[in-house]
Design a protein around this ligand. Structure first.
Ligand SMILES: [Zn+2]
Length: 231
């Protein structure tokens, strides 16, 4: 047995790691999420249906080639716990493993598997410093490992922090969001099918703005995937 593995086993004997979804101690060989959670997670299977709820959310707003979310997100659920650990409890590896699992499904599923490049939704630099990692970039990296499609993590940048915008009307909100993103490297996406990756789909305003900016900058097509879709 490798010394490192031995030490890991020894550490987990005294400080058992717990599942990010249900908080039970992980069994030998389990990592981050327990087998029961993987079994019971609310999968959408949306990648198999071009008119799924995530895709429909963008109709009439921005032209997406396809859109899908891996899981349904409900309050007080395993998915909420997993996303919480991923975003706020410094467990970046969760993004990689979720991306890899979803990528295994997407790599068999057109048009997602025909994308040329994966672009994660960027974080504002101030937020990135605070959190230490961009959760969408880790999800994108996991997708990349399974799908064998490269990630262009620095192509799209967030230049303005967007605050809660409940006070402004829909049009102003839309303009605000568009100004929040900027293309840094148009050559990477020119004429390409871009697969946008984000964590949770709620209003869709972020993906709508990113897709618009990418299409304006010369991307041929944009598809979008998220880890979860809010219900
Ligand atoms: Zn669990």
């Amino acid at each position: 047995m490798m010394v490192k593995q031995y030490l890991n086993d020894l550490v987990s004997l005294f400080f058992p790691q717990t599942c990010a979804g249900c908080d039970v101690p992980l069994a030998y060989g389990e990592q981050l999420i327990c087998t029961a959670c993987w079994f019971h997670l609310p999968y959408t299977y949306a990648h198999l249906d071009s008119e799924n709820a995530s895709a429909r959310q963008f109709w009439g707003r921005v032209k997406l080639e396809a859109a899908a979310s891996y899981l349904y997100f409900k309050e007080a659920s395993r998915v909420q716990q997993i996303i919480y650990h991923f975003k706020y409890k410094s467990r970046p590896e969760l993004g990689l493993i979720l991306g890899e699992r979803y990528g295994e499904l997407l790599k068999e599923s057109p048009p997602f598997n025909r994308a040329d490049v994966i672009v994660p939704v960027p974080l504002h630099p101030a937020k990135l410093r605070k959190r230490g990692y961009n959760q969408s970039a880790l999800f994108a990296e996991g997708l990349c490992r399974a799908m064998q499609i490269p990630v262009a993590a620095l192509c799209l940048a967030r230049v303005k922090a967007t605050r809660s915008q409940t006070q402004v009307n829909r049009y102003a909100r839309h303009e605000n969001m568009l100004e929040a993103f900027e293309i840094r490297d148009p050559e990477i996406i020119g004429g390409k099918h871009v697969l946008l990756a984000d964590d949770v789909l709620t209003t869709g305003a972020t993906i709508e703005a990113c897709a618009s900016v990418l299409l304006d900058a010369g991307a041929a097509k944009v598809s979008a995937v998220t880890i979860a879709k809010a219900l």
